[in-house]
Design a binder for this molecule. Structure first.
Ligand code: ZN
Length: 401
């Protein structure tokens, strides 16, 4: 579905201080360094499945699309030490600079999103202990905590609540996405449940071949055993499931039938009613958790493609893109485009290549004389050397890619 509106409001640009801040944040987000004119903000809540879109666009659109992944202003403050600017202002500012701007959000079903968000910070935040230790906790104790905070966590929807755009009356369940033109910007909403169709949807929107890749969920996370147990053991209390049927986001993004299927699926795994923290109690819980927290929450590398544009990463990206287009199985640990790894792989390849050349020179040196004529080894060597520039691999040179 496509809706169109044009009433661009650049009021914030009248403010000089603000303008300077916006120029500064564009530097910090490396937006200025990238010559691509298509600029995509994946502006979504955490744990909704947006990471796979970031990687898909980076792998397939790297020379045509710049991708910025951001969850909230807090992330701006921590990553760029920038305050006083909203993400919406950064988005509008880049439109004002003449870029073709897209903003993408994803909807994920509520129970799954809450579980995922809960586990993301389970050690550092919820239990104030190392993930390795929390991994051994009794799963029932963890379920009780999850139920207590259930209705307070992982709520809200960026597309509806943060984008500040006119939302269509209903989600387009035929096209399976929304595309709203406003402020000269294309705002797109996808649903995680349609991820099998994202390749087609993104290819249509961007007019170039894009193959959607699966989100990177490491199987080596220190919390993996507890997560597995939780997913098997968790039964949703009746009252919480009942609350979900009234959720305005679920009711908007899912058709009546889809919603019924979703509720039915959880109705098979229910538990008796449970108590929950009131808003006041949850505020206290949050405050105490932050006060107690002594382990820094560190988000590990989770992109399939970190977006580096050096030669090593571009070569690796082309290899991975080819595999994806050919429908071959992708193994995250092998096929991901992470600068430090791509750089080492290219170094190894170059050393192997140099070794091969050295070996062929050595072979030529010991080659049998051609019958009927004396082999002019010196002349042959000089032509080999001049024709194919042979260098002894210099490690420091390759490391500085
Ligand atoms: Zn790189």
């Amino acid at each position: 579905m496509t809706t169109q509106q044009t009433n661009i409001n650049y009021d914030f640009l009248q403010n000089n201080e603000k303008y300077k801040l916006l120029v500064d944040i564009n530097e910090k987000l490396y937006i200025n360094k990238n010559p691509c004119n298509k600029l995509v903000f994946i502006y979504s809540a955490p744990k909704v499945g947006s990471t796979s879109i970031v990687s898909s666009l980076r792998i397939f659109g790297t020379d045509k699309i710049s991708v910025i992944h951001i969850h909230d202003e807090e992330m701006l403050r921590i990553l760029g030490r920038v305050t006083g600017v909203t993400i919406n202002e950064i988005i509008l500012f880049n439109k004002h600079l003449g870029r073709e701007v897209y903003v993408i959000d994803v909807y994920r079903s509520p129970v799954e999103r809450k579980i995922s968000a809960f586990f993301e910070k389970i050690g550092a935040y919820h239990f104030n202990n190392k993930d390795e230790i929390v991994n051994k906790y009794n799963v029932n104790k963890v379920i009780t905590r999850f139920n207590n905070i259930f209705s307070h966590i992982a709520n809200g929807d960026h597309f509806m609540d943060k984008y500040n755009i006119a939302i269509p009356d209903r989600f387009d369940h035929v096209s399976k996405y929304l595309l709203v033109h406003e402020n000269g910007i294309k705002y797109i909403k996808l649903r995680l449940k349609d991820s099998n169709e994202w390749s087609t949807i993104l290819t249509n929107i961007f007019g170039m071949k894009i193959v959607s890749i699966k989100d990177y969920e490491s199987s080596n996370k220190p919390i993996k055993d507890l997560y597995k147990k939780f997913k098997i053991a968790y039964k949703i209390p009746f009252n919480l499931l009942d609350e979900l049927t009234k959720c305005k986001y679920l009711n908007y993004y899912y058709s009546d039938q889809e919603k019924q299927e979703y509720i039915d699926q959880w109705a098979k795994k229910t538990a008796p009613n449970t108590g929950q923290y009131t808003s006041e109690q949850y505020n206290m819980y949050e405050q105490l958790s932050i006060e107690n927290s002594h382990i820094d929450y560190i988000q590990l590398n989770h992109y399939m493609d970190e977006g580096c544009s050096c030669k090593a990463c571009c070569m690796k990206r082309a290899e991975t893109a080819t595999k994806l287009i050919m429908g071959r199985t992708i193994i995250t640990e092998i096929d991901r485009i992470v600068h430090s790894e791509a750089k080492n792989e290219l170094l190894v390849k170059r050393v192997e290549h140099a070794n091969k050349i050295n070996a062929s020179i050595a072979n030529a040196r010991h080659a049998p004389q051609i019958k009927g004529g004396r082999k002019d080894f010196n002349r042959e060597m000089s032509s080999v050397v001049s024709g194919r520039k042979i260098e002894i691999p210099n490690v420091s040179k390759y490391l500085n890619l």
